[in-house]
Design a protein. Sequence first.
Length: 449
Amino acid sequence: FSCLKVSKTESVKDTYRERKRAMSSSAVNFLAEQRRCRDDGNGGETVENGELDHLLLRTSSEPTAPTISLSRESFLRAATLLKDQVVEATWKGGVTDSGLVLDPTVYTGLLGTAFTCLKSYEITRNHHDLLTCADIIDTCASVPRATTRHVTFLCGRGGVYALGAIVANYRGDQSKRDLFVRLFLEVAEERELAAGPEEGGFGMSYDLLYGRAGFLWAALFLNRYLGEGTVPHHLLSPIVAAILSGGRAGAADHEACPLLYRFHGTRFWGAANGLAGILHVLLHFPLSEEDVKDVQGTLRYMMKNRFPNSGNYPCSEGNPRDKLVQWAHGATGMAITLAKASQVFPKERDFREAAIEAGEVVWKSGLVKKVGFADGVAGNAYAFLSLYRLTGDAVYEERAKAFASYFCCDATREETEDDYSLFRGLAGPVCLWFDLASPEDSKFPGYEI
């Protein structure tokens, strides 16, 4: 897909930006109005996290105190409004007059809009969303295979084929469902996926965005919807083994950590390209006693080497900068991964405690400037939803709603060229708002199964 991330022509850029400026931003205006109706006395201005904490405590102890977050119904209405704007901007603005898909990925491209429409359909049962989703997938699937070298859900063919099969199944189109499943299985059989380091397997990365873990996530997602065995275990277990073998080889010069991986020469710790994302995927598969020991040992190494003052996690091995609190790097991705580890290993109480501690870091420092999943508030809010499902403590639901309520007023400012995308723009908040209509069923798109 990287071959297709070409520069937009000036005419396409101008049209895209003009459409953005011309939009009414009705969803954001709606949420802002709802927030003003429940103003806490700060005149609608963003408050510091400590003040948010005080207000949440006050709300829980004083039933008549004004709340700082919105109702589930408000989030649902806002999500529907903003979803329509995302479709308008990307479905028409993401394809040139000649039919070229400018970016067909889930991460920053048109397929992220398809995922957003699927999320909307699952919550609202609006059949038009399902039809739009199917049309977008068909357009992305028409991209020549020779140019789609990545195999992952977020940035490659795995996302096209998995979403295609799932949406076709929803529509009752068995022929198209079977076609997409067959295409997915063909990818699963590509030799490079299961090649270990001793076979020259370092050619393909191991990470979630571009590597083997990202393909495994797509397989888990497909099996979740179409049934276990849709992508059979005998195709996936060699890939799991290759990831573990590669991690051990990568940590051969590092006695304290059992598994380490390099992405473009750097040993990242985060969810996007590093340990948090890779380990999170591995936790969904059957592991041998040795595998469990190495996965747990790697998590505990990371927990031990947190920044002592903040509790945040480094972006990469040996990186002294304590700056980023987001899904891609830092405590957010680790909170979600540790929550999963706590579910898989319920007797290992330190994982649960570390997940909660990482959530506290996100609460104190996660009200960041951007709004998307990768490096913004929407992604950070999912740490609280993960902890809510883990602990059942309503404070985490309220924290997620507080973050979602307080970033709404900044949701339309110019940030990146991908400002309607799923992971770096406004489609992320749409999915978050839909999930807040049913937080007990929430899942971080592209990360949680």
